[in-house]
Design a protein around this ligand. Structure first.
Ligand code: ACO
Length: 703
């Protein structure tokens, strides 16, 4: 049903334009003109109470007057009048309305927008928009928009949250020769959102890659769920990535979680490839819409110039597919298609004399060889070669090699003749670019896609045993105490309920108790202030470490209390925590935020007191599998520290990954309660020796 309703909007057979106009220059005129000029083969009903005919088509005063049922109504009347036509649309069986009209939630008119959706749904109608350009579909010859023409034909489908950008990119599809099957303007997303359209496009036989220009989601999790299930590559450009709002956060994690990082994490987890800018969105769409994923890391570069070869080598490393030397048999065969002074290593340098034959022979052999997973072909325009001929040789080689599961991208550097070669290649299904960096970046997109799919399809983890009931009990007690944060001791109890290893920590209310506890735990100990009003304990002089004997414990108790009172005279002080002094380990931080778009989100990074300065952290939306957690460990700049540097043994990454995964379950289970949290520092020991959470902080949601 859903699919059918969206088909009615995206590929309708019968369209009414409500607000069609006979006056050139008006949007209601443009829409009818575009439908006619771009060859819409279905029926068009212009609707206008004051006109009999528009562009040779009979006009009707109201949609109620048209002689047949209607699939889609494109609405181009002012906002205040839109609601008045919805019931009539319902009577005519309209499946969806394409509301071009502006003046709804984007101008603060939220109620009108909600009324529009309610009324449409009451009539069984889906709403695209409002505040959009419209929908363009090449295969349906449907230009239901005020963008002037259908895009350059191809297999991409672009969904854009910016209308103006969609019109601009429509024109750019011709100059860039990046083909799109569909352009869909999504506007205010009052009803139909990215997830709905992606689900529909996944089943569209004419679309092979889904490209997104995103400003913000309303529901990030439903997007993730749909994206994960999609069988086609999705490439996204996210705009608006400033760290706005982060400074007011109460935890380290809160202050480090910017929109860019959380969106980036969500994309990664749901197999969505990111684009860095508009050009990159087009470049990556071209490759992802025309070529198969790069399933392994054995990338071969074939070139006629050392310079572009070096540039491509640099780019390969930069984009995560560093080159390896080709095996001996590959080198030996390739040597046959180059002069003595050529190189068959990787990049394979055929030298400046390389023409049709050498390119053709070496590419055909390379793609056919089992070691090679994909090939980037580079060409510099020379006086002795013809770019178009080379392009044709490449195509012939690819066709004859018959390895349809191995991607090829191409770069031609030169002038008009090279551009002609590039155009020919693209028209023949081979992504080609004007610079080596671009061809390698496109190949990297194909690699990223393959990797993300592998991760998504990897087996899920076994369920952890946890004590959610106990965790909720601890939180309930704190709430009954009138608090919206847990003390360190309580936070550690919640952590332990989820199987996170924490240091033994007990509360002392007198100096004598502190001494007794310290003796029980065993010297040396650490002592810390316990007060819901003092979150940053070190700043308040509320932490003493390496307390070695009874006398020192007694003194520390008093000093900590004095410091806390001096820091905040009216602080509610529960006492002093006495805790086991864990042996030194590598300091990392784990933490969580409740992201407004994606909900519970995990952070991992290098910890300690400089965490906010170094910002060496990475994010994932909860839940985080142990495999995903392992990837997180490799993503930070400090990753080599965990692998063991300067003769040190590797750290216990397995235990750390399990802890991240357990932590993520905790924040997901308790998402109605936990707002932000940190475990900092977490000490990571040598492989097999585990980890220890030394300090813990949980901030509850305000209720
Ligand atoms: N049924 C049928 N026709 C009607 C009705 C009705 N109930 N009510 C009015 N009309 C007719 C009008 O008589 C008029 O026809 P005419 O030219 O013969 O007089 C036509 O519908 C349009 O109505 P107007 O009142 O003339 O409205 P106008 O064309 O000036 O503006 C529009 C309407 C275009 C929808 C405007 O309100 C609007 O929202 N503009 C912005 C649209 C936009 O830019 N959207 C994309 C934003 S995204 C971006 O980034 C650009």
């Amino acid at each position: 049903m859903e699919q059918e309703a969206l088909t009615g909007v995206i590929e309708p057979k019968t369209v009414a334009v409500i607000g069609a106009s006979a006056t050139p220059g008006k949007i209601g005129y443009s829409v009818v003109q575009n439908l006619v000029n771009d060859g819409f083969k279905g029926t068009i009903y212009p609707i206008n109470p004051g006109v009999d005919e528009i562009l040779g088509l009979k006009a009707y005063p109201s949609i109620a007057d048209v002689p047949t049922n209607v699939d889609a109504a494109i609405i181009t009347i002012p906002a205040k009048a839109v609601l008045s036509v919805i019931d009539d649309c319902g009577k005519k069986g309209v499946k969806g309305i394409i509301v071009i009209t502006s003046g709804f939630s984007e101008t603060g008119n939220r109620e009108l927008e909600q009324e529009l959706v309610s009324k449409a749904h009451a009539n069984g109608i889906r709403v695209l928009g409002p505040n959009i350009i419209g929908v363009l579909s090449n295969s349906a010859s449907f230009n239901g928009s005020f963008a002037p023409f259908l895009p350059y034909s191809g297999k991409g489908a672009l969904i854009s949250q910016s209308g103006a950008l969609l019109i601009a990119l429509d024109a750019a599809t011709y100059t860039r020769r990046v083909g799109f099957e569909k352009l869909i303007s999504i506007g205010n997303m009052a009803d139909i959102d990215f997830a709905d359209l992606i689900e529909w496009l996944d089943k569209d036989p004419n679309t092979s890659c889904i490209s997104l220009y995103i400003e913000g989601f309303k529901n990030g999790r439903s997007f993730m769920e749909v994206a994960q299930k999609t069988s086609k590559p999705i490439v996204a450009l996210k705009a608006g990535v400033s760290e706005h709002g982060a400074a007011a956060a109460a935890s380290h994690t809160g202050s480090l979680a910017g929109a860019a990082k959380v969106y980036g994490a969500a994309f990664q987890q749901s197999g969505v490839i990111q684009a860095s800018d508009l050009n990159n969105l087009f470049d990556r769409t071209l490759a992802l819409s025309l070529q198969p994923p790069l399933k392994g890391d054995n990338l071969l570069i074939i070139t006629n110039g050392g310079g572009v070869g070096v540039l491509a080598t640099d780019a390969a490393e930069k984009y995560g597919i560093p080159l390896k030397f080709a095996p001996k048999d590959v080198q030996a065969e390739l040597k046959k298609h180059m002069p003595e002074f050529g190189s068959a290593k990787n990049p394979v340098d055929l030298t400046g004399q390389a023409g049709y034959d050498w390119y053709y022979e070496s590419l055909r052999y390379a793609i056919g060889h089992e070691w090679v997973d994909g090939v980037v072909v580079l060409y510099c325009e020379t006086a002795v070669t013809n770019p178009l001929e080379i392009a044709q040789g490449l195509k012939k080689a690819i066709d004859e090699a018959g390895a349809k599961d191995k991607p090829v991208t191409v770069s031609f550097v030169g002038g008009e003749k090279s551009d002609e070669g590039i155009r020919w290649l693209v028209e023949n299904g081979i992504p080609a670019y004007t610079a080596p960096d671009l061809a390698v970046n496109a190949m990297a997109a194909l690699r990223e896609y393959a990797r993300s799919r592998e991760l998504i399809s990897s087996a899920p983890d076994a369920e952890f045993e946890v004590d959610e009931k106990l965790a909720r009990e601890i939180i309930k007690n704190a709430r009954e105490d009138g608090r919206d944060s847990l003390t360190e001791i309580e936070a550690k109890e919640v952590f332990r309920a989820y199987g996170l290893p924490t240091t033994t920590t007990k509360l002392a209310r007198t100096a004598d108790e502190a001494v007794e506890l310290a003796k029980k735990i065993g010297f040396p100990v650490v002592m810390k202030i316990v007060s819901p009003d003092i979150l940053h304990k070190s700043d308040a002089g509320g932490v003493k470490v390496n307390i070695k004997d009874e006398q020192a414990a007694r003194e520390a108790y008093q000093t900590i209390l004095d410091n806390a009172k001096a820091y905040k005279a009216d602080a509610n002080i529960h006492g002093v925590a006495v805790q086991e002094m864990a042996p030194w380990g590598t300091e990392v931080i784990l933490g969580s935020v409740n992201d407004p778009t994606f909900g519970p989100t995990m952070m991992f990074g290098l910890g300690g007191i400089f965490v906010e300065v170094l910002k060496d952290v990475t994010f994932r939306v909860a839940p985080v599998s142990q495999n995903q957690a392992k990837n997180m460990l490799g993503e930070i700049r400090g990753a080599p520290i965990l692998r063991g540097v300067r003769g040190e043994a590797p750290r216990d990454q397995k235990a750390l990954a399990e802890t991240i995964s357990r932590y993520s379950k905790m924040i997901l289970d308790l998402r109605d309660e936990i707002s932000e949290s940190d475990a900092n520092p977490v000490l990571v020991y040598e492989e097999g020796k585990g980890i220890k959470v030394v300090d813990a902080r949980i901030i509850l949601k305000k209720k």
